[in-house]
Design a protein around this ligand. Structure first.
Ligand code: NAD
Length: 453
């Protein structure tokens, strides 16, 4: 596939101004919605064959997200594209000032495999809504979902507007040599650096949606039953292969034992077993081996069973874990939950802030002072108090990381902004202008300017 040719055709198409009309954008957003709905079964089958993800999970965590995003833009496009009038300062009277949202141009979206539809198509929807053309490069690691997206999109969309590029690292490397107007990447901090470097060569702006070790703190005033239920759900959803899953727990040492029992109770209740339809498998052998090695048999409190043939890893809880253990050296991205303890709340915050800024952080507490300190003292992309994961389902909140966990954000209007330039225009009247700013300069003019400014 000649990616350069496709990009050249997208550049010409963007130059035709067609993508800028709101009605054009709406027609194609409707078309994308229709295409997804008509091919829903194909999408479920593809992801199931990649890593055994159930229809229920695929709908609730992937397809519904993309459809919701399309509906959001169909409803809000008119107001999002409208120039915003702002105040005009004294020096620029008589004039009016407006900010015009302008599409950046030709966008590249590079997706991750763990939520392949949501993480590929939601940025695509935002790119098109903002008036760009787009090349999507889904992750080759979920190969069937990549093919499914390529099939349904490339058969239904003009390639000069939206195109799905198939292939692996070699193809991505080729694509990255091209000059885009925006690159939106979801994946690991390690590959994020490669993307950032490639983008820098063309001064292309990026959004980098990366990962990290996201903590969940459980204090002695938490509602343990709610905390355990929500943490177990958020951790073992997609078998822990979720960027915002709680990576590890920091629990108050005084309540550790009873909290561990609550976690175990919910894992058993939710029946995450080898033959459970709703329990996802590990994506590939490489990740299976990586994860299996993280399970220290001496620290297993619950679970620990694995099966290489089906890439099954049982929901596992490790206790008495320290920062020296293998499981604490990298983002886990799988169904292993290490539990660490703290003696006082500030020490828990200190443990977090000694490491890279995480994508998410969670706090379970009944104490409002602890809530305030959690928000103000440590840096992380976003998170929840008394819940996990769900902050990303609220489109009124920008979603993204900070520091090592990412650059920029999206969802709802923030997605539109990620793919837009804010063009500032000062429109001035041709009358009513004092002579102050023009030479020849005099002391009198300067004293007036000092007063005015
Ligand atoms: P990854 O970084 O290995 O791969 C992501 C993408 O980069 C893939 O499309 C892949 O083809 C491409 N890629 C891989 N090697 C490349 C190279 N050398 N040059 C150019 N492109 C290359 O990440 P992954 O395994 O797909 O996903 C796991 C990571 O992504 C975790 O760190 C997770 O936290 C993070 N993640 C973040 C979010 C988020 O929204 N912030 C969502 C999902 C996953």
């Amino acid at each position: 596939m000649n990616f350069q040719e496709i990009l050249v055709s997208q550049r010409e198409f963007f130059g035709s101004q067609k993508t800028k009309s709101v009605s054009f954008r709406k027609i194609y957003l409707e078309k994308l919605k229709k295409t997804i709905l008509q091919n829903e079964e194909l999408l479920y089958e593809a992801i199931y064959s990649d890593f055994g993800k159930s229809k229920f999970d695929t709908y609730t965590t992937e397809i519904s997200f993309v459809l919701k995003d399309i509906d959001y833009f169909l409803k809000n496009l008119k107001s999002l594209t409208k120039p915003k009038k702002v105040r005009t300062n004294l020096a620029n009277q008589f004039g009016s000032s407006k900010i015009y949202p302008e599409p950046l141009g030709n966008a590249l979206v590079i997706g991750a495999w763990n939520y392949p539809y949501q993480l590929s198509l939601s940025p695509v929807v935002a790119a098109l809504a903002a008036g760009n053309t787009c090349i999507l490069k889904p992750s080759e690691i979920a190969a069937n979902t990549m093919r499914a997206m390529a099939k349904i999109i490339n058969e239904n969309f003009p390639k000069e507007y939206l195109f799905v590029a198939e292939g692996g690292v070699e193809e991505t490397t080729e694509i990255l040599k091209l000059k885009f107007d925006k690159i939106f990447f979801t994946g690991s901090p390690k590959i994020g650096k490669i993307i950032y470097e490639a983008a820098a060569k063309h001064l292309t702006p990026v959004t980098l949606e990366l990962g990290g070790k996201s903590p969940a703190i459980v204090t002695s005033t938490a509602n343990f039953d709610v905390a355990a239920k929500r943490i177990v759900w958020g951790k073992y959803l997609n078998a822990g292969q979720t960027c915002v899953a709680p990576d590890y727990i920091l629990v108050d040492a005084k309540v550790k034992d009873s909290f561990l029992d609550s976690l175990k109770m919910y894992i058993e209740k939710f029946r995450y077993e080898a033959d459970s339809e709703h329990y996802t498998k590990i994506i590939n052998d490489r990740n299976y081996v990586r994860l299996a090695r993280m399970i220290d048999p001496e620290k297993v409190f619950f679970g620990g069973k694995t099966d290489a043939a089906t890439r099954f890893i049982q929901p596992t809880i490790l206790k008495d874990v320290t920062w020296n253990d293998a499981v604490m050296q990298e983002e886990i991205f799988g169904p292993i939950l290490p539990v660490l303890t703290f003696d006082n709340f500030n020490e828990a915050l200190h443990q977090i802030s000694e490491h890279e800024k995480p994508l998410s952080a969670y706090l379970f507490t009944g104490n409002s002072e602890e809530k305030e300190h959690f928000i103000s003292k440590i840096s992380f992309g976003g998170g929840c108090i008394n819940d996990v994961v769900m902050h990303l389902s609220n489109d009124y909140l920008p979603f993204g990381g900070v520091g090592n966990s990412g650059i920029g954000n999206y969802h709802g209007k923030y997605g539109f902004e990620a793919f837009s330039h804010r063009k500032s225009i000062l429109d001035r009247a041709t009358w009513g202008e004092p002579d102050l700013k023009y030479p020849p300069y005099t002391e009198k003019k300067l004293s007036w300017i000092k007063k005015l400014m």
